[in-house]
Design a protein. Structure first.
Length: 200
């Protein structure tokens, strides 16, 4: 039975799925049906939304040690082989996961303590788009061993107007355990590079 996480809630992945080694992180979203709901009004309602998922691999000091520790549409695989991004979805069209990231916990180098899952809107300012114009955004973790959904975090019931980037969730080491935290923090930034700077 999947756990529906609330903002700030944390769960132990190894407790929910003993022996867990490989997880799939799925991210999805829909463009809101009505235009004019976001900060930029109806101006942003005519174009597709290109939301980009990224994993930031942080060390024990909550810092990025290398640009290779950023896994996104421009760098689809971590050098360790532990994280693979399956590619960019330019529109969010279709049901289910719009972007998928595969994580092999056994291959994550020991110097990496935390995986931060970020979603940004591509060219948000230029396109006059924000998360106030996005519906049904979610992040979910699935046990690849049996395809069972472990946890899901839905971004609903919060006004994300003016937000152009979101930290959705974190998967982090705690002693010999891996845990997941639902974060749901929004930022008003130009793009992914502004989020990256926070961890340099």
């Amino acid at each position: 039975m999947s756990i529906s996480l609330q903002k700030g809630q944390r769960i132990s992945l190894s407790k929910e799925a003993p022996g867990l080694t490989k997880i799939m992180c799925g991210l999805g979203w829909d463009v809101a049906k009505k235009s004019g709901g976001g900060f930029f009004g109806a101006l942003g309602g005519s174009q597709d939304f290109d939301l980009d998922s990224t994993v930031l691999c942080l060390n024990a000091d909550n810092k990025l040690a290398s640009k290779n520790d950023i896994v996104y549409f421009g760098n689809l695989k971590h050098p360790s082989g532990g994280i693979t991004h399956l590619g960019d979805n330019l529109t969010g069209a279709g049901e289910g996961d719009d972007e998928v990231i595969l994580v092999d916990l056994t291959k994550i180098p020991t110097q990496i303590s935390k995986l931060v899952f970020v979603v940004t809107i591509y060219q948000a300012v230029k396109r006059k788009q924000d998360f106030g114009q996005v519906d049904n955004a979610f992040v979910r973790l699935v046990n690849q061993g049996n395809n069972r959904e472990l946890a899901r975090y839905n971004l609903s019931g919060t006004d994300y107007t003016q937000t152009t980037a979101m930290i959705l969730a974190e998967v982090y080491r705690h002693q010999d355990d891996w845990k997941m935290a639902a974060v749901g923090n929004g930022f008003q930034v130009e793009g992914l590079q502004d989020i990256v700077r926070k961890y340099q």
